[in-house]
Design a binder for this molecule. Sequence first.
Ligand code: CA
Length: 522
Amino acid sequence: MTARAEAPARPPATRPEVAAGWWRDAVFYEIFVRSFADSDGDGVGDLRGLTAKLDVLSDGEPTSGDDLGVTGIWLMPIHPSPSYHGYDVTDYQGVHPDYGTLEDFDAFLAEAHRRGIKVLIDFVINHASSQHPWFLESKDPKSRRRDWFTWRDTPDPRWKRPWDDGPVWHADAGAHYYGLFWSGMPDLRLSNPEVEAAMLEAMRFWLRRGVDGFRVDAARHLFESEDGVAVDQPETHAFVRRLRAALVAEFPEALLLGEAWAGPEVVRSYFGEGGDEFQLAFSFATASAIKTAAIDGQRVELARTLDALRDAIPDRGFDAPFLSNHDMQRVMRSLKGDAAAMRIAAATLFAMPGTPFVYYGEEIGMQGGAEPRDEDKRTPMRWTPSGGFTRAKAAWHDAPEAEGVDVASQRGRVGSLWTLYRDLIRLRRSRPALSRGGLERRPIEGGGRGALAVVRSFEGARVLFVANFHRAPSGPFMVALDAAAAAPLMAEGLEAGAVELGAGTLRIAGLGPQGWAFLRLD
Ligand code: CA
């Protein structure tokens, strides 16, 4: 066994500003601007198009029923970039001309804030574009930018990618530069104080404009060891601590959300021993486990994952659960178009602790394209049965979707996936036990291998979530818990009169195939 197994993980201390942070009550929505809405008919989504669609996400009226009700937006990179995706930035203080201008961004931000929507932007710290003026300048060995990137006369063969054998050294101008992901993305040398200062200044630039925080891309890879280990270095943690301290000192409400694509133990390390690194990090383990349960019809991996998360991250308010993102196959495609599996996956997502994230189009069941290429995970939003994304003859990229997979067909329609997402988001926002509470898995007797029960609790308020992932009825099962009353808040497939309370147990007469229920406990 490893030393890690012998020494129990110390829980990250909850610091007051983390526990009280605005994001604890937020529901976020990830948007690829290029694929959301095209205002000027060039086939490419833009900020004006996005702004015009904000009412569908939230109209700022808590009582209206025709908005999704999200309270946060994460925008994938909006900066100038030679690529369609924008993860190779050429100007950290600009807006991609395809998307509009800084003025368009300010207008979007004002309209979002007017509706009570916070805005995170993607910030790519690990690397710049090979077209960035800093990098172009650094090609000259005598340039003052030479040390902004990692240049060697000859490639150091010890430096490797953590995940495959792809090249990390790239020949240029008579030397070799280090780029972990791709030759078009030379890694910034963040150990150079000038580079750190430049990145901090760029982040301040956006915070001063009113941005509410950043999603920090590739957070595990910011620093490399001398011999080229490019993941989870102590210097990376130290850098994140400096970043957090510097930004929060000036902007106390600023959120840093980390992309650390790893299991619970590694993710936990990115909150910092003193809770002084990322305030939130994506829970890749939750995404995988919920989808596995929805596909296999069994709770085993989800139960194991929830227990691992409980052990590694006792305060799961640090978690950002989600089902899929722009780097993954869309969840409805993973679930092979199984509508009931999609519904129980969505219900389970909103039963999780932390700050949930929805990937645009997930709420209408978009599958994206069938090819494994990234573009197929990022196809244009379907607004109407004919598309509705652009008035151009063709969108920048597209893929067919099944009939009814569009906002117009589903918005406000009883029984649609969009309406389910709306109702789950409203339920979550109305119950602090769901938005802020901890999670405890409860033992179950009976119900088969697909049955799961978790209790969410906050300041005495409790909500029980039960689910039957199996594609057959669960039959009766008993959940070990004490309650004087249990009232259904929202359910699918819960048999009428199905809940009975006994001494130390709650009996569910049955959940239908892929059925689930939220119950208020008193
Ligand atoms: Ca456009």
